[in-house]
Write a protein that binds this ligand. Structure first.
Ligand SMILES: Nc1nc2c(ncn2[C@@H]2O[C@H](COP(=O)(O)OP(=O)(O)OP(=O)(O)O)[C@@H](O)[C@H]2O)c(=O)[nH]1
Ligand SMILES: [Zn+2]
Length: 211
């Protein structure tokens, strides 16, 4: 298994469900495009330091967009019976993604909570972080990333409710354009009973915001 397939495999807990990277991503095409960009900005792509850059960027993109090759449903296959019917919350999960408008990074934290369904089934805590990875390693907007995590949890775990909150800083707002660094964008997706019941939503939100 090459290293790029290894990265995709890690996302799905060691089981590679996607096709090999050569089938799904045209690394040669990325290389050509990057060489074109270097020429277009007035650089010499043949100078010593840049010779390997198109190939490096192609490999980096294959890694950064590895989530496109993974079926998110395969992440949540392991569930356990726990008869736990109250909130489970994992806070401060590191999130790194690329905004689909500028292909510049956005970075921050995800907080994911759910109330198990009547069957009391829970999932492994790491699976929540894996879910973040699978959706973050795609061209994204923060809002969609947030709701995709919530919707997949609802679909696969059939919990009573889900809350997902993301707080991220967008490099496209910091390094260019308006150049405001430090601004945090907060998005939330709330489903099921956590959406309907203001009291349990407020309790979950208090735990998320508690520092
Ligand atoms: N809603 C949302 N907007 C985002 C996200 N990432 C980047 N953006 C915004 O996408 C917008 C794209 O706007 P455009 O006006 O088409 O592009 P632009 O001229 O580069 O915009 P400026 O950044 O304002 O210079 C910008 O306002 C970005 O801040 C995201 O995750 N969610
Ligand atoms: Zn952007």
């Amino acid at each position: 298994m090459d290293s790029l397939d290894y990265i995709a495999a890690r996302l799905v807990n060691g089981r590679l469900t996607g096709r090999p990277v050569e089938d799904t991503m045209d690394l040669g095409r990325i290389e050509k495009a990057v060489r074109e960009i270097l020429v277009a900005v007035g650089e010499d792509p043949d100078r010593d330091g840049l010779q390997q850059t198109p190939a490096r960027v192609a490999r980096a993109y294959a890694e950064l967009f590895a989530g496109l090759r993974v079926d998110p449903a395969t992440v949540l296959t392991t569930t356990f019976e726990a008869n736990h019917e109250e909130l489970v919350l994992v806070r401060d999960i590191d999130v790194m993604s690329l905004c689909e408008h500028h292909l510049l990074p956005f970075r921050g934290s995800a907080h994911i909570g759910y109330i198990p369904g009547p069957d009391g089934r829970i999932t492994g805590l790491s699976k929540l972080a894996r879910l973040v990875e699978v959706f973050a390693r795609r061209p994204q907007v923060q809002e969609r990333l947030t709701s995709q995590i919530a919707d997949l949890l609802m679909e696969r775990l059939a919990p009573r409710g889900v809350i997902v909150v993301l707080e991220c800083e967008h490099m496209c707002m910091a390094m260019r354009g308006i150049q405001k660094s430090g601004a945090k964008t907060i998005t939330s997706a709330v489903r099921g009973t956590l959406q309907r019941d203001a009291k349990s939503r407020a309790e979950a939100m208090a735990l998320i915001l508690h520092r």
